[in-house]
Write a protein that binds this ligand. Structure first.
Ligand SMILES: Cc1cc2nc3c(=O)[nH]c(=O)nc-3n(C[C@H](O)[C@H](O)[C@H](O)COP(=O)(O)OP(=O)(O)OC[C@H]3O[C@@H](n4cnc5c(N)ncnc54)[C@H](O)[C@@H]3O)c2cc1C
Ligand SMILES: NC(=O)c1ccc[n+]([C@@H]2O[C@H](COP(=O)([O-])OP(=O)(O)OC[C@H]3O[C@@H](n4cnc5c(N)ncnc54)[C@H](O)[C@@H]3O)[C@@H](O)[C@H]2O)c1
Length: 466
């Protein structure tokens, strides 16, 4: 039977697209080269969070990696070929290539053609892969990426982590807690350069306290093998030696070899598929979702995009729009770094009259009782004209750094998503003593002085996106 929708890629975006088609009583065909679940289940969120949790609890590395593999298998089983077929999603394993507009060839791992599909409505969700910088000597080294790091049975003695973004910081701290000597080498001036400046400061201080080496503003000039390990020569003349090198320098979309040009689907200079607000590509009937669009590289964003792309591809009368404006993100370091909406630096030009409430966790009783006071809550809110600009306006964004920040952020995500006034947060009784109470305490600063603090005018605090 001819499928109503062909989905290319079985990661979070592709699975969401196939499920959304099914929910609309359409017949989806999911073509995927790797097993359903994609990066998140096998080489991303699931194994990394399992290791991080185990490291936090003081497990040994061998026990932690065994458990991580069990967790991966458990979650993969909920979305494997059998489970999807039982749910009504036809799955075809193989690599897809557009051979013309409306025709896709699927090849097996050995290159043999499996099937040629006629496809008028398509969602491309082929994800991303690690971006490896062209550093002389690196290609000759047996370096690790997220695709191979979870295959390590034994903990390396020393690990040099290239890149201090989300992947680099999360895994650096986990490996250090298992007992490895870890050095993070980050090209930008600070760790987590995409996050608020103060969030980077808190994480950097914690890394220092835990003995994790951090080299920021550092460029690796060359790499070479030494004594079964590697020596990384830095531009400032210093060198870092380590048994293993983990490359965590960002992602690149998987679009090469897909035949996108043949299909009339345009890509940008990074190779990401160009999409409009409806996730439509430049070819009618073809939509894209997830990491392959170059949008936020997050599982929940991929899932949201997959659903929207499928519904639009199937011909929703009023096409749905994708917006990342209220999509939260969490870096699972300890303390966690959570963000939704605009940071202060990101809001300053667009909302020059906004105000900012800031509360260090050292003034939050739950954090004090737990002895985990490194962190803060920052809320950015607009002005509210009807009250003569007194009190707070709508919540524009928030940063939460601290233990459980990844849980606490969701109340603020709801506030951003619904355009909630800060007064609502301040009026809502939060249980004592919780980390979430920090949100009420911070929001109260927009209404009155609270604990000696009051929301202040927004300031330009240097370059920081978001
Ligand atoms: C180490 C790490 C940790 C992460 N942790 C988190 C986290 O905690 N929270 C979070 O939200 N995000 C996290 N992410 C990001 C998250 O994993 C990705 O954003 C998400 O997996 C993207 O899903 P996707 O469906 O777009 O792509 P993918 O999961 O990459 O899926 C793409 C699929 O397409 C298939 N494919 C590729 N080419 C073809 C082809 N030609 N034909 C057929 N199939 C093809 C692939 O086999 C794959 O199955 C993490 C990422 C990494 C690397
Ligand atoms: N908890 C989460 O939600 C989570 C966790 C991991 C990854 N992710 C997603 O996966 C994506 C990829 O993560 P990532 O950490 O690989 O990428 P990233 O873009 O977040 O960070 C890469 C870092 O490497 C640095 N860098 C680039 N080239 C370098 C070089 N040659 N030398 C030294 N440093 C260099 C960059 O300045 C940047 O800070 C992220 O954008 C994120 O959305 C999410």
């Amino acid at each position: 039977m001819t499928p109503h929708l062909v989905v290319l890629g079985g990661g979070a975006a592709g699975l969401a697209a196939a499920r959304a088609a099914l929910a609309r009583q359409a017949r989806p065909l999911l073509v995927t080269e790797g097993p359903p679940g994609g990066d998140c289940t096998f080489t991303g969120c699931v194994p990394s969070k399992s290791l991080i949790e185990a490291a936090e609890r003081g497990a040994t590395y061998p026990a932690a990696i065994r458990r991580a593999r069990e967790v991966v298998a458990q979650i993969a089983a909920t979305e494997d070929e059998r489970a999807l077929t039982a749910a009504g999603i036809e799955v075809l394993r193989g690599r897809a290539t557009f051979v013309s507009h409306g025709r896709i060839e699927v090849a097996a791992a050995d290159g043999a053609a499996v099937r040629t599909i006629s496809a008028k409505r398509v969602v491309v969700a082929t994800g991303s892969r690690p971006r490896v910088p062209p550093i002389p000597g690196l290609a000759d080294l047996n370096y690790l990426t997220n695709e191979t790091v979870f295959e390590l049975d034994a903990l390396p003695r020393e690990v040099a982590v290239l890149g201090g973004g989300a992947v680099g910081c999360e895994l650096a701290q986990a490996f250090a807690r298992f007992g490895a000597e870890v050095t993070v080498i980050e090209a930008a001036k600070r760790l987590l350069p995409g996050e608020a400046t103060e969030a980077s400061r808190v994480v950097t201080e914690r890394f220092a306290a835990e003995g994790i080496g951090v080299r920021t503003g550092a460029t690796v000039r060359s790499v070479r093998s030494v004594d079964g390990g590697a020596r990384l020569e830095l531009a400032d003349g210093d060198a870092v030696t380590a048994q293993r090198v983990l490359v965590a320098t960002g992602r690149e979309p998987v679009t090469a070899g897909l035949g996108l040009a043949t299909a009339g689907v345009a890509t940008d200079e990074r190779g990401a598929i160009r999409t409009d607000a409806h996730l439509a590509t430049t070819r009618r009937g073809v939509y894209a979702a997830g990491d392959v669009t170059g949008g936020p590289a997050l599982t929940h964003a991929a899932y949201l995009m997959g659903r929207i792309a499928a519904e639009n591809a199937l011909g929703r009368r009023r096409q749905a729009r994708f917006s990342a404006a209220a999509v939260p993100r969490v870096v699972f370091t300890s303390p966690e770094v959570a963000q939704v909406g605009l940071t202060e630096a990101g809001a300053v030009r667009r909302h020059p009259r906004a105000r900012v409430a800031h509360l260090p966790l050292s003034e939050v009783d739950r954090a004090v009782t737990a002895g985990r006071t490194d962190g803060f809550v920052t809320i950015v809110a607009g002005r509210r004209r009807v009250t003569g600009h007194l009190g707070g306006g709508r919540v524009l964004g928030a940063t939460v750094v601290g233990e459980r920040a990844g849980e606490v952020i969701h109340e603020l995500a709801l506030a951003v998503r619904t355009g909630m006034f800060t007064g609502r947060l301040a009026q809502t009784t939060h249980a004592y003593p919780t980390y979430a109470l920090a949100v009420q305490q911070a929001a109260a600063q927009f209404v009155t002085e609270h604990g000696g603090r009051r929301a202040r005018p927004i300031q330009d605090r240097g370059p920081s996106p978001g």
